[in-house]
Design a binder for this molecule. Structure first.
Ligand SMILES: [Cu+2]
Length: 236
C-alpha cells in the first residue's frame, strides 16, 4: 500500500516538472569552451595562517581564477541564454556553496534569481563570507565551525565576486541568472543547454578573468545546434 502511494506521488511530480519544460519539441545548444594562447600560471596558496586548513593538503593548493583541462578546454565558464528566453521561476531546491579546506566549492556557483542560496561551513575555523554585488543588497556573515547553513537569495541577475574577510585567498563567484537555461563548464569545457523552444537566442559565455562573449543561434525544432567559444588567454 505504502509503495503504491510513493509511486503515485512520484508520477505526479514527473507530470509537474515535465510541464515546465519545452518537451521533446525543444532544441538544444551544446558546445565546448576553449582558450588560445598561454594562461597565467596559477599561484600556490599559502594557508599557514590557518593551520586547520593547511594540514588538509599534502601540497599547496592553486588559485582557481583560471582552470584548464585537456585540449585547451576552459573550466568554470558559465554559459547561459542571455536573450530570447523568458525569465522562468526559480527551482525549489537550494543552490549550495560550501567552505571546505578554506576553499569555496564550487569556485563558481550558478543559480537563478530568487533561488535559495545555502552556504555551509565544513571547516574547523570561522569564515566571514562577503559577496560584493553592485545591483543586489550587500551583506557579510560570520560562520563559526558547526554553525547552521546560511540561507540567502538574490533578486537581481548579476555576477557577484565573493570573498572571505578572514582568509584573503578565498575567492569565488555567484552567477545569478534570470532563467533556467545555463551550464557551468567542468573538465573538458563542455556544456549543453536543453529544452529551448523554437526561437532566436543569444548565448553568452562568461569567465571571471577572460570576460564575456556572445553568439546568436536560432532553434527551429528539436535539433541540436553546436556553438563553441574560444577565449584569449591572459598571460598574467
Ligand atoms: Cu575564510
Amino acid at each position: 500500500m505504502q509503495t503504491k502511494h510513493v509511486v503515485i506521488a512520484g508520477l505526479a511530480m514527473l507530470v509537474v516538472s515535465a510541464a515546465a519544460y519545452a518537451g521533446p519539441s525543444g532544441g538544444t545548444v551544446s558546445g565546448k569552451v576553449t582558450y588560445e594562447g598561454t594562461p597565467a600560471k596559477m599561484k600556490p596558496i599559502d594557508m599557514s595562517m590557518e593551520p586547520s586548513c593547511a594540514k588538509m593538503y599534502a601540497t599547496p593548493q592553486l588559485a582557481e581564477t583560471v582552470v584548464t583541462g585537456a585540449g585547451n578546454s576552459l573550466e568554470n565558464v558559465v554559459v547561459y541564454v542571455s536573450a530570447g528566453a523568458p525569465n522562468d521561476a526559480a527551482p525549489s531546491n537550494a543552490a549550495t556553496f560550501t567552505q571546505k579546506g578554506c576553499r569555496y566549492i564550487p569556485h563558481l556557483l550558478a543559480l537563478q534569481v530568487n533561488q535559495e542560496l545555502k552556504i555551509n561551513n565544513e571547516d574547523q575555523t570561522s569564515h566571514n563570507i562577503h559577496p560584493l554585488p553592485k545591483l543586489n543588497r550587500e551583506w557579510n556573515k560570520s560562520q563559526p565551525p558547526g554553525a547552521p547553513p546560511i540561507s540567502e537569495k538574490y533578486d537581481k541577475a548579476e555576477f557577484i565576486p565573493v570573498k572571505c574577510n578572514v582568509h584573503p585567498w578565498m575567492h569565488g563567484t555567484f552567477a545569478v541568472l534570470p532563467n533556467s537555461h545555463y551550464a557551468v563548464t567542468g573538465d573538458g569545457g563542455l556544456f549543453s543547454l536543453a529544452n529551448l523552444l523554437p526561437g532566436k537566442y543569444t548565448i553568452t559565455a562568461w569567465h571571471e578573468s577572460y570576460g564575456a562573449q556572445s553568439q546568436d543561434v536560432t532553434i527551429s525544432g528539436g535539433e541540436t545546434k553546436t556553438v563553441n567559444f574560444v577565449f584569449k588567454a591572459k598571460p598574467n
